[in-house]
Ligand binder design. Structure first.
Ligand SMILES: Nc1ncnc2c1ncn2[C@@H]1O[C@H](COP(=O)(O)OP(=O)(O)OP(=O)(O)O)[C@@H](O)[C@H]1O
Ligand SMILES: [Mg+2]
Length: 266
């Protein structure tokens, strides 16, 4: 049995009231665990608190109640790398400097930083753009740089918030395949938020379905497809379409339930 890497216990989050707005209850007791080396996706209605949950795990936000633990096993590695929907690159640094930036923060020597950055730029097909600035790249390529940066940083846990959400369908599939290949050969635990049920099923071992706000885990679906996976071939598997329909069913009835509750409360 594999060991637990992330343990989340009854996380509750209420954003405090501001000048003209009431407090927002974003998360209502989220509990789940992720095993070491597992890739888990989170899907859920817009505004249900997915980003908030990842921000709590990354230490960027404090839970109002509940707790979480990330078990570390390698003192040489940082605990968490994070990839956001927008690549969030520093516009004044070159592609290579962006990828190497986190390594400097980790205190690695310059030669080592450049070695690692070059390895990941090669792996992402970005070598030719080493000295380019982010503004000179397309959105898809900027997102590749964001992935290269996260892989180079090599956190034991990789948190991804809709990393491919802003990309066209073809680039999205390409980068899903890049992530699959990287994940299948690396020792990393991954938690990814996505709006795409297909993407969740393509990438993950398990899909967690969240309720409408305030978010909690409604259901969990185990994904049976063997690895290594092919992002495109999977889509013609009838078991794939059946699972997409199952998850859609859960999400649709949840959105309807939330809408009825809102109308009743109004
Ligand atoms: N800093 C904040 N202050 C107040 N409310 C916030 C803040 N950040 C998020 N919220 C609210 O908390 C709720 C959850 O937001 P969050 O961004 O976590 O949802 P999400 O599931 O990631 O949504 P989406 O799918 O649209 O990205 C929303 O109602 C949002 O408006
Ligand atoms: Mg979000």
């Amino acid at each position: 049995m594999s060991s637990r890497k992330i343990e989340i216990a009854q996380i509750q989050l209420t954003y405090p009231a501001r000048a003209r707005s009431a407090p927002v209850e974003a998360l209502a007791g989220v509990s789940c665990t992720v095993a070491a080396g597992e890739l888990v996706s989170i899907v859920g209605p817009s505004g249900c608190g997915k980003t908030s949950l990842l921000r709590i795990l990354a230490g960027l936000e404090h839970a109002t109640d509940g707790s979480f633990r990330i078990h570390t096993s390698d003192l040489q590695r940082p605990t968490v790398s994070m990839v956001f929907q927008q690549a969030g690159l520093f516009p004044w640094l070159t592609v290579e400097q962006n990828v190497a930036y986190g390594l400097q923060m980790r205190g690695l020597a310059k030669a080592q930083r450049l070695d690692i950055a070059q390895h990941w730029l090669r792996a992402m097909g970005l070598e030719r753009f080493r000295t380019a600035y982010p503004a000179q790249l397309s959105g898809g390529m900027q997102q590749r740089v964001g992935l290269a940066r996260a892989f180079a940083y090599n956190g034991e846990v990789l948190l991804m918030d809709e990393p491919f959400g802003a990309l066209d369908a073809q680039t999205r599939l390409e980068l899903q395949q890049v992530l699959l290949e990287q994940y299948e050969q690396a020792d990393q635990t991954v938690l990814i938020v996505t709006h795409s049920i297909e993407e969740a099923l393509t990438l993950s071992d398990r899909v967690l379905i969240m309720s409408a706000r305030p978010g909690r885990i409604l259901a969990e679906v185990a994904v049976p497809f063997a690895r290594p996976r092919d992002a495109i071939a999977l889509r013609s598997d009838p078991a794939f379409s059946a699972l997409v329909a199952d998850i859609w069913g859960v999400l649709r009835s949840e959105v309807e339930r939330a809408r009825t509750a809102e109308l009743t409360a109004a």
